[in-house]
Design a protein around this ligand. Structure first.
Ligand SMILES: C=C(O[C@@H]1C=C(C(=O)O)C=C[C@H]1O)C(=O)O
Length: 287
């Protein structure tokens, strides 16, 4: 379950099969897609309903999405060559295109295995128009993955930064689910320790001062600044070693949750996502 807390006043409700809550800055909404015969249509339908809700409530910019997909690497239909994740990516891309979203507008995301016959979606949207999409210097943008990974590339940014207010230098950084992928290739197949280290190195490169500055964000972070971290581990027997490696790299005060889940590619054993709050003085002091 995704849980996001706020100190602001919250309004909540249900609309068109979606649950939502908003606080004036962010809107959080969630819905479940049953795995019926036409999975792609059901996915498109849920995404369209979510976008309509965002528009209706006045939070049109999607910053972060989680997609928890039951049987993510399983086959959907015998006649379809794509696995469920492939079908999911196709449906999502179609809805994004219909909405006119380009690669400059896509959210940070996680697309991970679930434990039942549903896909659960969570959207975190904002009123702020001040969102920066961030890519990883060590990875090909997911939306440019070659076709061998599926009929339609996954539409997500490696991270998004939402400025606290227009013009403010502080804000929230949402880091997408990240795995042991360099370029577009899975590396260290079968080796969970090296996959975990590569995943952490990928995130470190993503949040490094050099990368953030190249996206126009004057901040510098390390793995120790991450919070609300989720570590998805495919095989229960790997959880302990993954936990040891993560504990050594992440901050001692960071909240870290470990989840057993399938990852979107069969050869990935671990995936990590996180969040960081960036606070910088809005006015420079001049002596
Ligand atoms: C692990 C990767 O992709 C995963 C799938 C995502 C999606 O399709 O929304 C987003 C991030 C990851 O959870 C990757 O491509 O690096």
């Amino acid at each position: 379950m995704e849980v996001w807390r706020t100190s602001r006043r919250v309004e909540s409700g249900f609309h068109d099969g979606l649950a939502y809550a908003y606080d004036g800055r962010y809107l959080f909404c969630s819905g479940r897609i049953r795995h019926t015969a036409d999975y792609a249509a059901a996915t498109r339908n849920a995404y369209v309903r979510a976008f309509k809700l965002l528009d209706r409530l006045g939070y049109p910019e999607v910053a972060r999405v989680w997609n928890i997909v039951g049987g993510i690497t399983g086959q959907v239909a015998t006649e379809s060559p794509a696995d469920r994740y492939g079908e999911f990516c196709q449906a999502r891309a179609q809805v994004f295109r219909q909405r006119g979203l380009t690669v400059k507008d896509i959210p940070a995301a996680t697309g991970i295995g679930g434990h039942d016959d549903h896909t659960t979606i969570y959207f975190l949207a904002t009123r702020s128009r001040d969102i920066i999409r961030i890519e990883n210097p060590l990875q090909v943008p997911a939306y440019e993955y070659p076709e061998r990974y599926g009929p339609e590339a996954p539409c997500f940014a490696r991270a998004t930064y939402v400025a606290a207010e227009t013009g403010s230098r502080s804000g929230d950084l949402f880091i997408s689910g990240t795995a042991s992928i360099l370029g577009h290739l899975t590396v260290h197949e079968g080796d969970v320790e090296r996959q975990t280290r590569t995943t952490l190195e990928n995130i470190a490169a993503l949040v490094s001062g050099k990368n953030l500055r190249s996206h126009g964000i004057d901040a510098e972070l390390t793995l120790r600044d991450l919070d609300c971290v989720k570590v998805y581990v495919k095989r229960p027997q790997d959880a302990e070693i993954v936990r040891q490696i993560c504990t050594a790299s992440l901050g001692s005060k960071s909240e870290v949750g470990y989840v057993i889940a399938d990852i979107c590619r069969d050869d990935l054993l671990v995936e990590i996502e996180g969040f960081a709050s960036i606070s910088r003085p809005d006015v420079e002091t001049v002596n």
